[in-house]
Design a protein around this ligand. Structure first.
Ligand code: TXA
Ligand code: MG
Length: 383
């Protein structure tokens, strides 16, 4: 961008950045403006074997941007991902910059099918074979020994690689169109709530990215289960939509859950999986999980606090009587764990906009089906 004249305006299409040179001794470009990314709707009605033409056009534009080193937010069944060509170290580096993510936290590599996954690994352990054969495409990520193809920054220099084949047909079609795997963390600033709509992505990342594909709300609403297949037995590093019992059925034997204090050595987890730092997935409003929510809410109201209360017990007379307060917003939540997970982040995003003093959530039942929700609520509420 040398040779600028004072007052000159230049559009750099590679960087999607508008440069304006102002009076300065060096006449270097001093003001940079990046536009907000386009949001392209990518509907794919159920029952159609091929996507509609305008969806296919949007995918082609996304694939071209990715091939050129750009960042594209894409829908998956879990949460929106911030995708870059996994074989392009510069593009991958842009992901870390856009998210404000520490370089020590490795990324998940997304593939169109298991055939694309195997060459990324140095070995394909039997548990990885079983899990991928039965549960892919789907919301489960396997960690395997890493092969040489993928640049170091994807795995944060580590000797293992996380691989996932999304259930969402659009994500797989885009990867197949590009012909290469995509590195994609959740499309949010580091440590903040994951996005489950295109609007959440725009709010969180804005002009830091090049394009958003809008595939509507994510059906699962919570990040994939992460399974380390390099240990014996395999270990859950992050609980998710695929439960431990489903995994054990597929593996034909018991496994460990490193996030469960009753089971794995939870204290070692951050070193094993850096993204599992205690505070994560957090709204800005302080969040508290309460087993005695009626009392907690009543006493907070008494001290003049403004509260949102996420509860399934909207017919409980005590809840109804508290709900009369203008300082309390009661948000009805589903009683089924999958339905609860599907709307959890969207509810937290919406409540977080209201500048309340506190979010209270009823403590979920302590059972395997609620494990992923309990894990995310724990991280969201750690001060
Ligand atoms: O559902 C999902 O997995 C979403 C969608 C976009 O696919 N992606 C996602 O990515 O949640 P991210 O980066 O937000 O979380 C990835 C997690 C982090 O906790 C990271 O530390 C861990 O996976 N991880 C990635 N590679 C790893 C590796 N080689 N060993 C251990 N943990 C790894
Ligand atoms: Mg994330």
């Amino acid at each position: 961008m040398g040779g600028f004249r004072n007052g000159q305006i230049a559009w750099n299409s590679r960087e999607r950045t508008l440069y304006l040179a102002l009076a300065s001794p060096t006449l270097q470009p001093t003001l940079m403006v990046r536009p907000l990314p386009d949001i392209l709707p990518v509907p794919w009605p159920v029952g159609l074997s091929e996507p509609p033409a305008r969806t296919e056009d949007a995918l082609r534009r996304a694939a071209a941007l990715l091939a050129d080193g750009g960042l594209v937010a894409i829908p998956t069944e879990t949460v929106y991902g911030l995708a870059a060509d996994a074989s392009d170290a510069d593009a991958v580096n842009r992901i870390f910059v856009a998210k404000g993510r520490p370089a020590t936290n490795p990324l998940i590599v997304h593939v169109a099918d298991v055939t694309m996954a195997r060459p990324l690994s140095a070995a394909w352990p039997d548990p990885a074979e079983r899990i991928t054969a039965s549960l892919w495409p789907g919301p489960v990520t396997v960690i395997v020994p890493r092969g040489p193809q993928i640049p170091d920054n994807v795995t944060a220099g580590g000797q293992t690689i996380a691989v996932r084949c999304p259930e969402h047909p659009l994500a797989r079609r885009l990867i197949a169109m590009l012909g290469r795997p995509l590195a994609a963390p959740s499309a949010n600033r580091s440590k903040q709530l994951s996005p489950t709509t295109a609007g959440h992505v725009l709010d969180g990342l804005g002009n830091r990215i090049d394009l958003i594909l809008d595939g509507g709300p994510c059906s699962r609403g919570i990040e994939s289960t992460v399974v380390d297949c390099t240990t014996t037995p395999p270990q859950i590093l992050r609980p998710g939509p695929i439960s431990r019992s489903e995994l054990e059925a597929v593996l034909g034997g018991p496994m460990a859950d490193a996030t469960d204090p009753a089971d794995g050595d939870a204290a070692l987890l951050p070193a094993r999986s850096p993204g599992t730092m205690a505070r994560h997935y957090a709204p800005k409003t302080p969040l508290e999980v309460s087993a005695t929510a009626v009392e907690t809410v009543a006493s907070l109201l008494q001290s003049g606090k403004r509260i949102a209360w996420l509860t399934a017990r909207t017919n409980d007379p005590q809840v109804r009587s508290l709900a009369a307060s203008h300082e309390l917003l009661v948000v009805p939540m589903p009683t089924d764990p999958a339905a609860f997970a599907a709307c959890l982040y969207a509810t937290l995003h919406a409540v977080d906009r209201r500048s309340l003093d506190r979010i209270i959530i009823d403590a979920p039942p302590k059972d395997d089906r609620w494990r992923a929700v309990i894990d995310r609520l724990q991280r969201a509420s750690t001060a």
